[in-house]
Design a protein around this ligand. Structure first.
Ligand SMILES: NC(=O)c1ccc[n+]([C@@H]2O[C@H](COP(=O)([O-])OP(=O)(O)OC[C@H]3O[C@@H](n4cnc5c(N)ncnc54)[C@H](OP(=O)(O)O)[C@@H]3O)[C@@H](O)[C@H]2O)c1
Length: 277
């Protein structure tokens, strides 16, 4: 089967572009998706475009811990290792929704779910190989100042910003621990990309914001480049614990890279993992 990559949310947008790139690189690609009919269509397209038949769809709903565990179980039943995990899937929600496990939905899909998936899969990266985890962050993390006690109370754009900030902090915090297991972990900021996430759950004034933002949008191909670079380039083979933009590491200022919050966040996520594992 060769090297194996999992890409969450790969039936459309940057996840699809990333899965296609990895299929071109002759990876066995597991598309971890929520919309199975659409994922099957995309899977066929990726196989045809890459001439790689080792592309498979498996169901995951990152808002549900039961579904994440079921995905890990089903994956490990068919495959005995993973080399690359791309935590790409993400949402913006207009309403304040609480998941079946008791978490605000944006937080669940964008950062808690990916953390649990990372934890479940980490023991299955092979020792001594080139193993990588890539988390999707965003420039919006700078608006995501949060308090852990209020994690379930944020909503809409604030919840999205908090989730992306938390996802960045947890990437930085996990780097040392994963390094001991021979896994690198980095975050990608793709820029502002014209994908469906920009058009779902919109409010009336978002049309005005959209018109103003339009000149800044980049294509899906352009936006996916940094994540693909982190997954495939030899230049970053041993690099870990960084945020990348346009395929270059960018500094996270001390104002945002707060060790106390990082440690507390990891403890919070660990408590969730232990409770549900
Ligand atoms: N677009 C931007 O400007 C931008 C900027 C910075 C960061 N990002 C991040 O980049 C990543 C990719 O986003 P995109 O822009 O490519 O958006 P997209 O086209 O909307 O793709 C998002 C993907 O996530 C999947 N997803 C949603 N809810 C899910 C769930 N509960 N379980 C599993 N998968 C789920 C979606 O599946 P369905 O559509 O089939 O439901 C879709 O495949 C996200 O993490 C996003 O936050 C995007």
């Amino acid at each position: 089967m060769g090297r194996i990559a999992i890409v969450t949310g790969s039936d459309r947008g940057m996840g699809k572009e990333t899965a296609l790139a990895l299929a071109h690189h002759r990876y066995t690609v597991i598309m971890a998706c929520i919309d199975i009919p659409n994922a099957n269509i995309t899977c066929d397209e990726i196989k045809r475009l890459s001439d790689n038949q080792n592309v498979f769809v498996k169901k995951i709903d990152l808002s549900s811990i039961a579904s994440i565990k079921e995905f890990a179980r089903a994956f490990l039943q068919d495959f005995d290792q993973v080399n690359i995990l791309i935590n790409n899937a993400g949402i913006v929600t207009m309403n304040h929704e609480i998941t079946e496990d008791g978490f605000e939905k944006t937080m669940a899909v964008n950062t808690i779910g990916p953390y649990l998936l990372t934890k479940l899969l980490a023991p299955h990266f092979p020792a001594g190989e080139d193993n990588r985890i890539i988390n999707m962050s965003s420039w919006i993390y700078k608006f995501g100042k949060f308090s852990i006690d209020k994690m379930n109370r944020y909503h809409y754009v604030k919840a999205y910003a908090v989730s992306k900030y938390a996802q960045l902090l947890i990437t930085l915090e996990l780097a040392d621990e994963l390094k001991k297991k021979g896994i690198t972990i980095n975050a990608a900021n793709p820029g502002t990309v014209r994908t469906t996430i920009m058009y779902t759950n919109i409010k009336f004034y978002d049309f005005i914001i959209d018109m103003l933002m339009a000149p800044l949008y980049i294509s899906i191909e352009e936006g996916a480049k940094t994540g693909i670079y982190l997954a495939t380039s030899d230049e970053v083979k041993n690099k870990t614990g960084n945020l990348y933009r346009k395929c270059k590491p960018i500094a996270v200022s001390k104002k945002f890279n707060n060790k106390t919050i990082r440690t507390k966040l990891l403890q919070y996520y660990e408590t969730i993992f232990e409770k549900f594992n």
